[in-house]
Write a protein that binds this ligand. Structure first.
Ligand code: HEC
Ligand code: HEC
Length: 159
């Protein structure tokens, strides 16, 4: 393995420590699996948008558009005043710009069911890739599954 892989692994681990995630043996194994199996496509966007990065990245990371279907994003964008228990309302021009960006860049198939807003962490795609992370979360060793950067440290723009 090259320096890049070791670097990414170290970064992920240091990031978890910095965020107070208890780094157990399980999590170290997880971090090294992550450093080895990284598929850059979801994080390397085909299209950038500064408005989206700024507005949708101010409370949490700007989640990769490919992690939800375009229809899921439209649902989220239509209810920003009731956004997962908080008010994330935007002025119309900015909202329209972000809505169009997410509509163009979202994935095709939605696995969302039920009355609430779609969550990435509830999607089939996420669950399928995060069996071991979900196990650690259930044991309380991972605080928040939606905190992507706690584990995907290299996914931050410019890192
Ligand atoms: C005012 C703060 C705030 C802003 C601004 C904001 N969000 Fe959120 N967002 C939240 C909170 C709080 C949650 C719920 C966190 C949790 O329970 O995991 C959340 C959750 C989400 C989730 C679900 C994550 C999961 O659990 O899978 C998505 C998707 C999302 N936001 C998208 C967006 C988009 C798109 C924008 C920009 C239009 C945006 N957010 C702007 C606060 C915000
Ligand atoms: C607790 C750690 C953890 C958290 C939090 C986490 N992931 Fe992951 N994720 C992993 C691991 C470990 C893998 C590798 C699984 C494998 O290869 O078997 C992975 C794999 C993935 C993959 C497939 C491989 C790749 O890198 O493209 C995607 C996409 C992904 N995660 C996106 C996300 C997103 C988006 C979030 C936040 C909503 C997130 N993850 C939160 C640990 C985490």
């Amino acid at each position: 393995m090259g320096f890049g892989v070791v670097g990414a692994w170290l970064k992920a681990t240091v990031r978890m420590l910095a965020r107070g995630v208890k780094v157990s043996m399980g999590l170290l194994v997880l971090a090294s699996a992550l450093a080895h199996g990284h598929d850059a496509s979801v994080w390397n966007l085909k299209e950038e948008n500064a408005t989206w990065r700024a507005e949708c990245g101010s409370c949490h990371m700007a989640y990769p558009p490919q992690m939800l279907a375009a229809t899921d994003w439209l649902l989220i964008m239509s209810q920003l005043d009731k956004h997962f228990g908080t008010d994330a309302s935007l002025e119309q021009a900015r909202r329209d710009e972000i809505t169009n960006f997410l509509d163009r860049n979202g994935a095709g198939r939605s696995s969302h069911t039920g009355p609430g807003l779609p969550r990435i962490t509830d999607s089939d795609r996420f669950i399928d890739k995060h069996q071991s992370a979900i196990r650690l979360w259930r044991k309380g060793k991972v605080k928040l599954l939606s905190d992507c950067l706690a584990c995907h440290a290299g996914a931050a723009p410019g890192s």
